[in-house]
Design a protein around this ligand. Structure first.
Ligand SMILES: Nc1ncnc2c1ncn2[C@@H]1O[C@H](COP(=O)(O)OP(=O)(O)O)[C@@H](O)[C@H]1O
Ligand SMILES: [Mg+2]
Length: 339
């Protein structure tokens, strides 16, 4: 990691997303060559720069990301600060978030994902979460890490078919700098687990719930606990059992439906463990589906990749000094940008 990186080391090409706290840009390392020159630069928004809670949370994400090393995570290259604005620099994932993929398929009249592709994506996310949950810190201490914010906007499928889990903005570990402030930095309501709303202690079982909700949505196109108002959504998260997947998507194997239903149990101790959920998905896949792995997932996203198929690396070079408003063709999907 280089010393004291500066924003001047990068040319911003395009805004990829804008959230409450930060914006994410596709950027180019000045003087870089090949695909490696592209990065995703997550920069704190000027509006929140003076807010201590947000600043601490941003620093938490940076420090945590320096500990992470897994093929299903976008690598943090460096982080820094300029003019009071913190920024994180990640490897750019040339691909689509699952939210963008669902939206693109919907717009093309294709409906939700083929069940085997959705189940395979979920087994990969489960494997990545299993790594996170047992991760230890530099002194060998268990970190007790929980992602806490699983949803289709925080999971990407790269052009290689690799799954990439994003956004450790509210990931939790024991002894972290910031604890979530009531009413502040939280998971999106419709994807939260009951224990998150009750502000009860969390563990890896919270991510089992988030993964099952994500899988439900990939299979049905529906966010099963989302209601018309935040209050109704909270009630649904706390009390309502989503309709069985069989009613929404009958072709999905029963073992898989049962696995998802069990993982959505309101009480976290009644949910299967992450590895049990992964096993039940894998068994369903092996029993009833053609092989789905990276090449098949690559084919799934290929029609909608930013820049119409593989980026033609030579053609999209931004001119030196170009700003975000000067280039528009590098990344096509701009809908559903809030991760
Ligand atoms: N490494 C990356 N490569 C490509 N796109 C990314 C990357 N990181 C984030 N993005 C895009 O930016 C969006 C927001 O990033 P995220 O880290 O989830 O921030 P937020 O905290 O605002 O949700 C993602 O949904 C994705 O579209
Ligand atoms: Mg996000």
């Amino acid at each position: 990691m280089q010393q004291a990186p500066s924003l001047d080391d990068f040319v911003l090409l395009k805004r990829l997303a804008m959230g409450a706290m930060s914006e994410v840009f596709l950027a180019e390392v000045k003087g870089g060559v090949g695909p490696d020159r592209l990065v995703a630069l997550k920069r704190m928004r000027p509006e929140v720069a003076g807010d201590e809670t947000w600043v601490k949370q941003f620093l938490d994400e940076a420090h945590l990301s320096t500990l992470l090393h897994h093929p299903f995570l976008a690598r943090l290259r460096t982080f820094g600060q300029q003019d009071g604005l913190l920024f994180l620099v990640f490897d750019y994932v040339h691909g689509l978030t699952l939210a963008q993929l669902l939206e693109a398929r919907r717009a093309a009249g294709q409906g939700p994902l083929p069940w085997a592709h959705a189940a395979r994506i979920a087994t990969y996310v489960a494997e990545c979460l299993a790594y996170l949950h047992v991760l230890r810190g530099r002194e060998g201490q268990p970190l007790g890490l929980v992602h806490r914010d699983l949803h289709p906007g925080n999971i990407m499928i790269a052009d290689t078919g690799a799954v990439k889990l994003l956004d450790f903005g509210i990931a939790r570990r024991s002894g972290r700098l910031t604890e979530t402030q009531p009413g502040r930095v939280k998971a999106r309501l419709e994807y939260a687990a009951p224990e998150q709303l009750r502000e009860a202690p969390l563990d890896g079982q919270t991510d089992v719930h988030g993964l099952a909700l994500t899988l439900y949505e990939l299979l049905s196109g529906v966010q099963p606990l989302r209601r018309e108002t935040p209050v109704r959504t909270m009630e649904a998260v706390l009390k309502e059992v989503p309709r069985g997947l069989g009613a929404v998507r009958p072709a999905v194997p029963e073992a898989l439906q049962r696995g998802v239903t069990a993982a959505l149990a309101k009480e976290s101790s009644r949910r299967p463990s992450l590895m049990e959920l992964r096993t039940s998905l894998d068994l369903a896949l092996r029993a009833e589906a053609p092989l789905v792995g990276l090449p098949e997932l690559a084919t799934l996203v290929a029609p909608w990749l930013p820049g119409s198929g593989r980026l033609a690396w030579g053609q999209d070079r931004a001119r030196e000094g170009a700003t975000v408003t000067h280039t528009a063709d590098v990344s096509r999907p701009t809908h559903g940008t809030k991760g």
